[in-house]
Design a protein around this ligand. Structure first.
Ligand SMILES: O=C(O)CCC(=O)C(=O)O
Ligand SMILES: [Fe+2]
Length: 353
């Protein structure tokens, strides 16, 4: 993909994020860890620099361009289906973006971390053959690096949450099947500059490691009525906390609602590509606050206002949580606005209020 993209417009309001230096996190720099903690607990989004994944991401975008150029008929042979499984291809228009059932405009390719780590075996599903040619040079290095970055951050949160060493790692075991996946996203040029590409949502899992080249991502900051753009910054990833970690931490870590629109200003009219690695808990992990393991989490739950009771997760397993959310956003499963509501995670209370 060309790096000569038009700049993000200067006259569009953006929401600033703290810039966290991954190398400093690795060196256990206390003041950097303080800043990460502030970002993760207040908004739940931050920029990450010096993360070492930039080259891997560039190669992933090239892989994505190649694979997405396959005929639709070929991609549809690997479609994710309507049963609440994410892995595989998702065509544009297969998901709702809101309760009235408007259609999304993005296509995805979701590659399971379990298939990547087991390669050349397929343990979760098959992908277009072309994907296989990119496994060793491109996909495996990207996924391994992304896991390393997210695990480093999980270990920091583990300590700050006062959990026994390794508790969060135990919830995200490398060898347990999970919903963890790499996602390549293409938003084709549409004739609208305002049509929602991905509807408002919180991420389903624990940590998302996102690579953006063009604008379009927006957050609804806590207490705000206005959606605000997150400006892509070269060589900076965007990281955010998802529902699973918000629930496990008793709401101390924030899973913030976000959405994607077509790129703004002079970037409008360009195809938008993005890339995410999602770290999600092992399928068997029960999504409930880890109150028994941490007095900080127990206190957070005790003091939580009634309005955030959704943060308790309801005790479903990670697999159930994840499947429910995916299944109910599929337009093929839509019965009415209730289907959209059934796809909601920790954003439910805030958005329906
Ligand atoms: O494309 C983006 O910038 C964000 C994608 C996203 O929010 C998601 O896939 O969950
Ligand atoms: Fe997201």
């Amino acid at each position: 993909m060309s790096t000569e993209l038009p700049a993000f417009p200067a006259d569009v309001k953006t929401h600033p994020l703290l810039v966290i230096d991954y190398q400093l996190l690795r060196e256990a720099d206390e003041s950097e860890i303080d800043r990460l903690w502030e970002a993760a607990t207040k908004l739940g989004f931050w920029y990450l620099k010096n993360h070492g994944a930039e080259e891997h991401a560039t190669k992933m975008f090239a892989m994505g361009a190649d694979v997405m150029a396959l005929p639709l008929e070929e991609k549809m042979r690997y479609e994710q289906g309507d049963d609440g499984v994410s892995f595989g291809y998702k065509a544009a228009g297969a998901n709702a973006v809101n309760a009235s059932g408007e259609l999304d405009t993005v296509e995805f390719l979701n590659i399971a971390k379990d298939d990547v780590l087991a390669w050349p075996k397929h343990v979760r599903r098959e992908y277009p053959q072309l994907v296989g040619t990119y496994m060793e040079p491109t996909i495996i290095p990207f996924v391994k690096h992304s896991l390393e970055v997210n695990n480093t951050i999980l270990d920091i949160f583990n300590e700050r949450l006062g959990l026994p060493v390794g508790s969060l790692r135990e919830c995200h075991k490398k060898d347990e099947f999970s919903g963890s996946e790499a996602r390549l996203i293409r938003n084709r040029i549409t004739d609208s500059t305002s049509k929602t590409a991905i509807g408002a949502h919180t991420d389903f899992g624990s940590l998302s490691f996102l690579h953006n080249r063009l604008g379009g991502l927006q957050v609804l900051p806590p207490g705000s009525e206005d959606w605000q753009y997150i400006k892509p910054i070269r060589n900076h990833a965007i990281c955010n906390v998802g529902d699973a970690l918000a629930i496990l931490s008793g709401g101390i870590l924030r899973s913030n609602i976000h959405r994607v629109l077509p790129p703004p200003g002079p970037q409008a009219g360009l195809e938008r590509w993005s890339l995410v690695f999602f770290t999600r808990p092992g399928n068997s992990v029960v999504l409930s606050p880890l109150s028994d393991a941490s007095s900080k989490i127990a206190t957070a739950i005790k003091n939580a206002p009634e309005s955030v009771s959704h943060i308790q997760g309801g005790g479903s397993t990670s697999l159930e949580w994840f499947s429910r959310r995916i299944r109910n956003q599929r337009i093929a499963n839509r019965k009415g606005p209730e289907t959209w509501l059934a796809s909601r995670g920790t954003e439910a209370v805030e958005t329906s209020a």
